[in-house]
Design a protein around this ligand. Structure first.
Ligand code: ZN
Ligand code: ZN
Length: 356
């Protein structure tokens, strides 16, 4: 029989590698919450950490992976009020110092001293998670309404990042929006831009299956960048004007440089996907920005507020996030889920606990 004090977890050790192993169950302090994971998903960031490590980790430091997870409260410390045992909650994964200008604005994801599950706190790709006090006091632990299923709830975190990106792109009714990258995140952008009033949605990718998926999710046009000149095609599709908004949801330097050239006057560019550090600086056509009165922005992560907006949109059936899911694994099959993620599957991989 399995040791009751141990639990299965997907861990990463800085300078080492991914392990699917039994680790000790966490113990909580009086101001903390213990969460039993109901569902989780694997992010590109998890894969990136396994491949490149993370700057917030010391050499040899081991963490449980996973910042996208939801669960049921298993136990609460004696000084925690308002969180009953048995309550199902989502967890926004970034908490800040609470005092810096970013934190005071509620943007804890931009705090220079941020801490996050699956980064420098043990995350949710396991059975039980210790929720440290600052996540409780900063409002990161949020009750989930019954309308949100466990599998959908696992996707609230990546969706909150997409909400941050789309809010920063100032989409207006009737806009033409181009989204580079039709992976799960690009597809979530498609769903949200549609909801935000975009009249024409154009997806760009280099993989046939992803382009087809973009069409299925409501893109008016899916452009294969291997076969077509994207700038020319977008100009043609917009009567020579260009797009109102371009969002880059892929880690490609050449896409960022090209994106500026797609925009209509007063257009907005959101550099949503970051680049690997090795990519170096990207040459931007600053005259296109100058003469076009363009706005160039970028976003990373999502704030607790974005996470709460995500809950309301999903509960209100305004978006169907599970449409970006390609694989569902039982939570106990962390090995299978990570094998699929590391092999570079197409869509989102979700893990759900038994009985979900
Ligand atoms: Zn993520
Ligand atoms: Zn801060």
């Amino acid at each position: 029989m399995a040791d009751a004090q141990m639990m299965l977890a997907a861990t990463y050790t800085q300078g080492g590698t991914l392990e699917i192993e039994e680790i000790a169950r966490p113990v909580i302090e009086r101001d903390e919450i213990l969460l039993r994971v109901r569902a989780a998903s694997i992010c590109g960031t998890d894969v990136k950490i396994i491949r490149n490590g993370h700057r917030k980790l010391r050499d040899g430091q081991r963490i449980v992976l996973g910042h996208e997870f939801v669960g049921v409260i298993e136990q609460v410390g004696e000084s925690v009020a308002g969180y009953p045992v048995g309550q199902r909650v989502g967890v926004a994964p970034n908490a800040g110092c609470g005092r810096c200008p970013a934190c005071v604005r509620g943007k804890t994801n931009y705090c220079p001293a941020y801490t996050a599950f699956g980064i420098d706190q043990n995350g949710g790709h396991t059975v039980l998670v210790r929720i440290a006090s600052q996540f409780v006091t900063q409002g990161n632990v949020i009750p989930l309404p019954p309308e949100v299923s466990d599998a959908e709830a696992a996707l609230l975190e990546p969706f909150s990042c997409v909400i941050n990106g789309v809010r920063s792109s100032n989409i207006e009714l009737g806009d033409t929006v181009v989204i580079y990258g039709a992976g799960p995140i690009g597809l979530m952008h498609v769903l949200l831009c549609r909801l935000s009033g975009a009249a024409k949605l154009i997806a760009v990718d280099v993989r046939t299956d992803r382009l087809e998926q973009a069409r299925n999710l409501g893109c008016d046009l899916a452009v294969d960048a291997r076969q077509e000149d994207v700038v020319e095609r977008v100009r043609y599709e917009t009567g020579g004007q260009g797009a109102d908004v371009v969002i880059t949801a892929c880690p490609a330097a050449e896409v960022q440089a090209e994106a500026v050239r797609l925009l209509a006057p007063f257009g907005r560019l959101c550099l949503f996907g970051g680049l690997p550090r090795t990519a170096g600086p990207v040459p931007l056509d600053t005259n296109a920005i100058h003469y076009g009165n363009l706005l160039v922005t970028g976003t990373t992560g999502g704030a607790v507020e974005d996470y709460r907006i995500a809950i309301r949109l999903v509960a209100g059936k305004r978006v169907e996030l599970t449409r970006v899911v390609s694989h569902v694994f039982p939570l106990a099959d962390l090995r299978g889920a990570y094998d699929a993620a590391l092999a570079g599957t197409d869509g989102k991989i979700v893990l759900v606990a038994d009985g979900t």
